[in-house]
Ligand binder design. Structure first.
Ligand SMILES: *Cc1c(COP(=O)(O)O)cnc(C)c1O
Length: 380
């Protein structure tokens, strides 16, 4: 019976239909390296739509984080405070330059960094605080920004889930010294691989351009501000081809449509599963009233690790792919080598055991979502 059903994947990329036209336009224009016409359109989009002071496309969010690390002048012996419940890139980018991660636990309601723990983790060596807006719901920015100011430590927003989300009416990605975006295939807007660095601290803007252009002042040269360009600082190649920017621009143009589709799917899950969740001691995601979320994912918190594993196996039988993440970074092979041990971040450890994500993507059809929900409601 069940094997005749087609599988429902966990994620599937969504195409607006204009991507190929724009890639062709980029090829015909003949400027396919970085910083061509489509890159400029993307930059203008971020700056106008989200009121960020400066946007620079990068090859990934990981690279935008690494640029942030260079901008903060992270070096050996420095410490960076970050949640243990996040993707490895939020930490790797800083460790690559010699920093030691100091892991904070998360809040039980939003699974975001527990702002009340951060101050206790600050030392003389703290050089950055990383805030990850998990599932596109804002961290407690008032408290984090106050700490950042008081201790003069830059705040970096890992905004991979949260483009277009708001905290108290203000766009996420506009709070930190920098914020980083991902356009990986699994994110709301994609170019397969891709990212952006958003810069809010004006004193970092010029160096950001230099770091992204292999340590040269090529951007100033193209603006006519210098008559030749030369090597002025450390840097690397962090800029994507304009063909990828063309793909991304097609997606950004459809931002509202994409978000509306995702909102409907998210609300469909939340209202459709409410009764079952209450009866099954399953917790559905919570979004504080002062946060506008981005409908990046639909996760649930099962009563226990065993139940979670049973649930994933059960859905797999029904050819529905559900997944879990993140394994606590402090308990990873790398984290343990750094001294991490069980009990360091108890909320992270518990949520990581209990969390499951349902299939969630922009093109998920009503029928498929219905099938997922019917299957879920038969599980107890
Ligand atoms: C996806 C993701 C990243 C990495 O993005 P890439 O573009 O693949 O480098 C970093 N942080 C978070 C929170 C993510 O979800």
């Amino acid at each position: 019976m069940t094997s005749s059903l087609s599988p429902i994947p966990f994620n599937r990329p969504y195409y607006t239909g204009r991507e190929l036209d724009y890639i062709r336009a980029s090829m015909e224009d003949g400027h396919i390296a970085g910083d061509g016409p489509f890159t400029k359109k993307c930059h203008a989009f971020f700056e106008e739509r989200f009121q960020v002071k400066k946007a620079l496309l990068t090859t990934s969010c990981t690279d935008a984080l690494e640029m942030s690390s260079l901008l903060c002048r992270i070096g050996p012996g420095d410490e960076v405070i970050a949640p243990s419940f996040t993707f490895v890139s939020s930490i790797n980018a800083f460790m690559l330059h010699g920093a030691r991660p100091v892991f904070a636990d998360i809040r039980e309601d939003t699974l975001n960094i527990d702002e009340s723990q951060v101050e206790g983790l600050i030392t003389e060596k703290t050089k950055a605080i990383v805030a990850v807006h998990y599932a596109g719901v804002g961290c407690e920015m008032d408290a984090l920004m106050a700490l950042s100011k008081r201790y003069d430590i830059p705040l970096i927003e890992d905004n991979a889930h949260a483009l277009a989300g708001k905290y108290k009416g203000r766009y996420l990605g506009t709070f930190g010294a920098t914020a980083t975006q991902s356009f990986h295939e699994t994110k709301n807007f994609t170019s397969g691989e891709g990212g952006a660095l958003l810069i809010n601290d004006e004193s970092l803007m010029e160096r950001a351009e230099i770091i992204r252009e292999k340590g040269t002042d090529r951007s100033r040269f193209f603006r006519g501000q210098v008559d030749k360009y030369s090597w002025v600082d450390l840097g690397s190649s962090f800029l994507p081809s304009d063909m990828l920017a063309a793909f991304l621009y097609a997606q950004l143009e459809s931002l509202d449509e994409i978000q509306e589709r995702r909102r409907r799917i998210w609300e469909g899950y939340k209202s459709g599963l409410k009764g079952w969740a209450e009866a099954s001691e399953v917790k559905l995601p919570q979004v504080p009233a002062h946060c506008e979320q981005t409908y990046h994912m639909f996760y649930m918190l099962m009563p226990s690790l065993d139940k979670r594993q049973e649930f994933i196996a059960y859905l797999k039988e029904k050819r529905i792919l559900a997944v879990f993440h993140y394994l606590p970074l402090h308990l990873s092979t790398m984290g343990k080598a750094l001294g991490g041990k069980e009990g360091d971040c108890p909320v992270t450890e518990e949520m990581s055991d209990r969390l499951v994500r349902l299939p969630f993507y922009t093109g998920l059809t009503e029928e498929d979502q219905h099938r997922v929900m019917e299957a879920v409601k038969e599980f107890s």
